[in-house]
Design a protein around this ligand. Structure first.
Ligand SMILES: [Zn+2]
Length: 480
């Protein structure tokens, strides 16, 4: 999909040329288009203001000259968004081979160009019939004018990993069930000697007492699973980071059924588990030199005569009893058992969970920043650094001892809903998880607000799954 070329040759179907206002003024443009640009400049049709897209034809090549505005004001996010818009514009719809010339060949700029191409032009086309599919972006070749290097290869691999997760999230819930996710993990790991796999199926889950995970799945005709892939990337160390993903393959809300308008996209409720699968892929592709426990806690929150019920009290794997205040707060239940099982049996140095946990996230932070909650300042700080480095945005919300009162139950040790009448839903959800960490350094990424785009686009992501926090966590694991 992406190739690197020494210089732009104007010999493909199209060439996209990114220009800042400064470059235009100084006349620092590729030789082949100098005349055209000076004509355009004189007639003031092209000024390189941010977002301007100007088509010109030279011989058989369509040129899209794209304005980036003033260099000093340009952010990498704007670069990605602007290039994405140009690549998806109707001019390029039917063209297959596209050269791209960036305004600047720095590592950061070319990385952003790669992200605009792979993440920005991603579209979910599996169920489009043939004619429509041909016009879509799949199968296009991009030729970026830059020197190929290891860093760019890593960025390509990371972005392709993100798109693996997006494919899993976007597809039908009955296709992407627990069995399918297990198969995906096995096919990515194959015979890789650095991995060992533990899969807890219904039988093992029952025997070991992961009753919260089982309860959530009770109304489903599919199997619950806890899949744990242990990766030894650094044989010299005994330290492990655990990354645990919420994998609710479909969330009806359970007997506290979600209303119309809230349920249609709930196949995305396994975004955390899909992220973990992407991270397994990225750890292999980038040859990450860390020890990591990758885990997916998988269940389907369905309704039916055997579904678990509001008011039930269930004994968790940790031994704590949990009152079910609402069956739609199921993510914290499956994660609680997964966290305590991994902490007890694998003894990681730190635990990070990733989950579409609370709608309250969007109230607190909008749609561009995932929520980060942690019991450890150093860990939180490293994750925020990774977030800034990757533009995979996360913002820390507080965690403090007094919060434990918000999820007190009168009839069990703890409750899966809070007593705060909806106030601080993201931090009380996180507080529930914290109580199963046994004081292990822990961080929780709530991606309920960022994992999905309903319509159109947000930032440089089109409709459907975004794969949020995968770039962040890949960076974190690589640079730890
Ligand atoms: Zn739910």
């Amino acid at each position: 999909m992406i190739n690197f070329i020494k210089q732009i040759n104007f010999n493909k179907d199209a060439a996209v040329i990114l220009l800042t206002e400064e470059l235009l003024k100084q006349g620092c443009v590729p030789k082949g288009i100098k005349t055209q640009l000076s004509i355009l400049g004189k007639s003031q049709q092209f000024s390189a203001e941010l977002g301007q897209i100007f088509p010109v034809v030279i011989d058989k090549t369509l040129l899209l000259i794209v304005g980036l505005g003033k260099e000093k004001d340009l952010t990498l996010t704007q670069l990605r968004i602007t290039l994405r818009n140009a690549l998806l514009s109707s001019y390029l719809k039917k063209l297959q081979n596209i050269e791209i010339l960036s305004h600047d060949n720095s590592k950061e700029n070319i990385s952003s160009v790669i992200e605009a191409v792979i993440l920005g032009t991603y579209e979910w086309t599996k169920y489009l019939t043939k004619d429509k599919k041909e016009a879509k972006s799949s199968g296009k070749k991009y030729f970026i004018a830059a020197d190929k290097n290891k860093h760019f290869d890593d960025i390509i691999n990371i972005c392709e990993g993100v798109n693996i997760a997006r494919d899993l999230i976007n597809d039908n819930a009955d296709t992407i069930n627990s069995q399918y996710l297990e198969k995906s993990i096995r096919s990515i790991i194959k015979n890789n000697k650095k991995f060992s796999l533990e899969v807890l199926n219904e039988k093992e889950l029952k025997k070991k007492g992961l009753n919260l995970l089982l309860a959530v799945n009770q109304g489903s005709n599919k199997d619950a699973k806890l899949i744990i892939a242990k990766y030894k990337g650094n044989p010299k160390s005994k330290d492990y980071t655990a990354i645990i993903g919420k994998g609710i393959t479909f969330d009806t809300g359970g007997l506290n059924l979600k209303p119309t308008g809230r349920m249609e996209t709930m196949r995305q409720d396994m975004s955390g588990a899909a992220s973990v699968i992407a991270l397994i892929n990225n750890a292999i592709k980038l040859d990450i030199k860390q020890n990591i426990i990758f885990a997916c806690a998988i269940a389907e929150n369905a309704i039916g005569p055997s579904a678990y019920k509001p008011g039930d009290i269930i004994k968790s794997y940790s031994g704590k009893t949990v009152e079910i205040g609402n069956t739609d707060a199921e993510g914290r239940l499956v994660l609680a058992d997964a966290i305590s099982y991994i902490v007890k049996n694998y003894k990681p140095q730190e635990v990070i969970d990733i989950a579409t946990l609370t709608g309250a996230c969007a109230v607190a932070l909008g749609l561009d920043y995932s929520a980060l909650v942690s019991n450890n300042d150093a860990l939180a700080k490293r994750l925020i650094t990774a977030s800034k480095e990757t533009d995979d945005r996360a913002w820390r919300l507080p965690s403090y001892p007094e919060l434990k009162d918000s999820i007190k139950s009168k009839i069990a040790d703890i409750k899966n809903t809070s007593n705060l009448k909806g106030a601080g839903g993201t931090i009380t959800g996180a507080e529930f998880l914290r109580q199963f960490t046994d004081n292990t350094p822990w961080a929780h990424l709530d991606i309920a607000n960022t994992a999905w785009v309903d319509n159109g686009s947000r930032m440089y992501f089109g409709a459907g799954a975004t794969g949020s926090c995968i770039r962040l966590l890949t960076y974190y694991l690589k640079h730890k």
